[in-house]
Design a protein around this ligand. Structure first.
Ligand SMILES: [Zn+2]
Length: 428
């Protein structure tokens, strides 16, 4: 760590005490779980003294958890991710006080830094629009993949650009922004001339191919975002170092070993399951202390510009394929493999729901059709080619690129198999 840590690190330490006090006093579950230990924790570095808590443990204890990023207390909207995977529906309860605190923090950050960006924020209707006033310069529009929504968004973007006061930032899910890029092209709208300088994307991750496509379409930088429905904070990609940094409102991120749940020291190359603690007053009604996210992340490097660690999302822990040969193991993280397959030309693709509405041509969107399997300790990468003619080129590409993404495959048995595969279930 050569540069000075950013103020957000000190703020995490400052807010942790009130967070633990609040949780222990407001929730019988946390009162019992933190009993006798919370007083020993002096700052974020002391968090490993407390137990890691999983979603299953919270559910078993009857703690309301899940979804409703912006909904008020009982008026909760279910998370799309949860219901589609068939897990038990649980709700995150948010109070008016914490929503107000989150909004005030955003407005406070925007104050006194010159003219704010003009932001068009496309909100997934499944999560609802946030309550309260938006930050200065931000217009919030509900979004779902429907032609009317596309019209509405383009009306906003074109009218403000024509008036010489364009939206300089568009925020929304990757799917929403990608839909605008493709729909704009089909309608003859020059999206690169709309005055947008930055696209802030969330929901599933941006692959290098999609990033290039969006940057070309809008002439804008793409800043990807990692977030969870359960907590208000998020990590977004740094324009300087390219890694993710945790943003405001502050949250305390840690890494633990995915099975032993032992703390992993934050240093370049450290990999583990992400554990988060939401901080008071931005999290109140459903406190989450050392909450196991189920996601695998790595620490990339200390960012001089930001004064904080850089992070990289490697995929859901349950989607990691761990190959085993004797005592040796090789984890194949889902996200880097997905990025590689998304950039491999000639792979068949799952149809995207947006295509069904006629907005997008087949092959422009949708997941590449592949599956990684462990066959007696060897990696078998099953791939469905778009057509037989591209097989040879695709095979050469994958044989070159796979060991580049996973260097351990230089010494580990693996092969690519071409076959027909079922459509992957679309996860927003
Ligand atoms: Zn950075």
């Amino acid at each position: 760590m050569s540069s000075r840590p950013s103020g957000i690190l000190a703020l995490r330490d400052y807010l942790l005490g009130p967070t633990l006090d609040h949780a222990a006093h407001q929730s019988p579950f946390w009162h019992q779980r933190l009993a006798g230990k919370a007083a020993l924790v002096d700052g974020v570095a002391g968090l490993p003294l407390l137990p890691v808590t999983t979603r299953a443990q919270l559910a078993a204890a009857g703690v309301d958890l899940y979804a409703g990023t912006t909904a008020l207390s009982d008026q909760v909207v279910l998370s799309s991710g949860t219901t589609r995977e068939g897990r038990q529906r649980l709700l995150v309860r948010r109070s008016r006080e914490e929503l107000q605190a989150q909004g005030e923090y955003v407005r406070m950050l925007g104050a006194g830094v010159g003219a704010p960006d003009r932001v068009l924020h496309l909100h997934n209707v499944q999560h609802g629009l946030p309550v309260g006033d938006p930050p200065p310069g931000e217009v919030r529009v509900p979004w779902m993949p429907h032609p009317n929504m596309v019209e509405l968004a383009f009306h906003q973007l074109c009218a403000t650009a024509d008036a010489g006061n364009p939206f300089t930032v568009v925020r929304g899910s990757v799917s929403a922004v990608l839909t605008l890029a493709v729909a704009g092209r089909e309608r003859g709208i020059n999206t690169a001339a709309l005055g947008v300088r930055c696209l802030g994307t969330n929901s599933y991750g941006v692959t290098p191919r999609v990033q290039a496509l969006l940057e070309h379409a809008f002439g804008a930088v793409v800043l990807d975002n990692y977030s969870l429905s359960e907590l208000p904070s998020f990590a977004s990609r740094c324009a300087q170092c390219g890694a993710l940094h945790w943003q405001h409102p502050p949250t305390a991120p840690e890494l633990v070993h995915p099975t032993t749940l032992k703390a992993v020291e934050l240093q370049p190359g450290a990999t583990g399951m992400l554990v988060l603690t939401g901080l008071f007053p931005y999290v109140q009604r459903t406190p989450l202390i050392r909450y196991a996210t189920g996601d695998t992340l790595a620490v990339t490097a200390w960012c001089e510009h930001r004064g904080d660690w850089g992070w990289q999302f490697l995929g859901r822990h349950k989607d990691t394929l761990v190959l085993r040969r004797g005592k040796a193991t090789l984890p194949l993280y889902a996200e880097p493999l997905y990025h590689l397959m998304d950039g491999a030309l000639g792979v068949a693709r799952t149809r995207h729901p947006v295509e069904v509405l006629g907005l997008v041509k087949p092959g422009q969107l949708g997941f590449p059709k592949y599956r990684a399997r462990d066959v007696k300790g060897a990696l078998v990468l099953e791939v469905e080619p778009h057509n037989a003619r591209q097989r040879a080129r695709l095979k050469t590409f994958l044989e070159r690129q796979l060991p580049r993404v996973f260097p351990a495959l230089e010494k580990w048995p693996w092969r690519v198999v071409f076959c027909a595969l079922p459509d992957r279930v679309f996860k927003p």
